[in-house]
Design a protein around this ligand. Structure first.
Ligand code: TRP
Length: 454
């Protein structure tokens, strides 16, 4: 088969791909979502199950997604259709692309709302409003912030416009430079925060909480949440990594790059946990505090440390950038599809995609305040929680399952081996066994068990 080239171009180097994919993976999922879901799920056992999910389910699927992307070289939808036809399978595989685009939309809608919180907190920390605040004070500030739809709307809108601007200019131009400097900076600041937490917080208690598993707390629900978190954090199951893979050069090693990306993503999540939980215990807060956890813990520290306004503002600003580089990857699959199949230019495509995600985000945002009453709940959850639950715990694992089945059952052994550039041997066989058996069985068991689909 002649090798395809992408009409959307290629990354300037292998490093550029690693940076962009890490930029996609590292985001609010690591620093906002991981700690609070860990807290809600009881700590240690969740963390261990999460790490197992990353290694046994996440990494193999990431390799599969990059492989399919690079072979298809188009939007996820067209890639799936092209590759299915090539293997003599039904073009219905393109529905994986639809599922992915829908999941991307839904995630982007509430992701932008939460990214808006980080924008607001950058300004607030810089202005020193947390200086000398008690834990109660910081909590009250967060509660009143969430209760104010107009503020939330303003920040949500700014963030969505930021995302539209980058995507409309093509993700390959600005992203590389941004990620090259901002990711290391975020990393350094996170390590500094862990150092601070180590000295002033209940570090040992946090270590026990995060790494001493209490398996009596494990339920199917906890396992599902850990798996959903792995998909969410690694950006898997909806075509984001696939589309980035479609811009990857043929000479790059997929297995190596995927391992680096998954490793860095996991490291950042663990560091975030180590920065936050010592403070949670120090100030007597509940680990199960929910989505506000980082906004109710870190500002206490920023309010007490010398130069906290500066450090805090820098931290939230870097978090804004991390969220930005992730949001871009959520929008990219839809935009490439609109360009390929609807003949739109990138600017128009990004504007439409952003507008719809923004509108849906407004519903999420209102579910935090105006529509927070029980009469507005669907399936016993506020709208924002429902969208989060449905995407992370159902749609992404389902997308990942289909991607695994396609890569390991539909695609021929020779095709996948050639695209991965691996010789016959242990490495290739290990990957194939994982995507062929382990991943599908794990996903089916966990997903169907918990959602009652079978
Ligand atoms: N992984 C990102 C985070 O942790 C969010 C994200 C970006 C994502 N692209 C995705 C999640 C694709 C699922 C699918 O914040």
């Amino acid at each position: 088969m002649a090798r395809r080239t992408s009409v959307h171009g290629e990354w300037s180097s292998k490093m550029a791909f690693i940076l962009a994919a890490t930029g996609s993976a590292v985001g609010l999922g690591n620093i906002w979502r991981f700690p609070y879901v860990t807290g809600e799920s009881g700590g240690g056992a969740f963390v261990i199950i999460y790490l197992i999910c990353v290694a046994a389910v996440g990494l193999p699927i990431m390799i599969a997604e990059i492989m399919l992307g690079r072979r298809g070289r188009q939007s996820p939808l067209n890639t799936m259709r092209t590759l299915a036809t090539e293997e003599g399978a039904t073009p219905a595989w393109q529905y994986v692309g639809w599922l992915g685009m829908a999941a991307g939309f839904l995630i982007l809608s509430f992701y932008s709302v939460v990214a808006g919180w980080t924008l607001a907190y950058t300004v607030r920390t810089a202005a020193g409003i947390f200086d000398g605040q008690t834990a109660d004070g910081v909590q009250a500030i967060f509660t009143s912030f969430i209760g104010d739809p107009e503020r939330l709307l303003g920040w949500h809108t700014i963030f969505m416009v930021m995302t539209i601007i980058v995507v409309s200019r093509g993700v390959k131009s600005g992203l590389e430079q941004a990620v090259r400097f901002l990711m290391p900076a975020l990393f350094v600041l996170l390590v500094a925060m862990v150092g601070y937490a180590m000295n002033t917080g209940q570090f040992e208690q946090a270590i026990d909480y995060l790494f001493k598993p209490d398996f009596s707390k494990v339920t199917w629900e906890v396992v599902l949440k850990a798996m959903g978190q792995a998909f969410f954090s690694l950006s898997l199951g909806m075509g984001a990594i696939m589309i980035y893979g479609s811009y990857l050069s043929h000479t790059a090693s997929i297995v190596k790059t995927a391992t680096i990306i998954a490793g860095m993503d996991t490291l950042v999540a663990v560091l975030a946990g180590l920065a936050i939980f010592p403070l949670v215990f120090q100030y007597g807060l509940a680990p199960s505090g929910g989505p506000g956890l980082i906004f109710m813990t870190l500002p206490i520290a920023f309010g007490q440390m010398p130069g906290g306004a500066f450090v805090g503002a820098a931290f939230f600003l870097l978090l804004v950038f991390a969220a930005w580089t992730s949001a871009i990857s959520l929008m990219e699959p839809v935009v490439t599809w609109l360009v390929e199949n609807r003949g739109m230019n990138r600017v128009k495509a990004s504007a439409w995609a952003g507008l719809f995600a923004w509108l849906l985000g407004v519903v999420s945002l209102l579910s935090l305040n105006v529509w927070s009453g029980e009469q507005f709940q669907l399936f016993g959850m506020p709208f924002m929680d429902l969208v989060d639950w449905l995407t992370a715990n159902v749609m992404l694992p389902l997308g990942g399952l289909l991607i695994a089945i396609f890569a390991a059952w539909v695609m021929s052994r020779d095709a996948s081996r050639a695209e991965l550039g691996l010789p016959e041997g242990m490495g290739y066989t290990a990957w194939r066994v994982l995507v062929r058996y382990v991943t599908p069985v794990a996903v089916i068991l966990v997903l169907f068990n918990q959602t009652g689909l079978i």
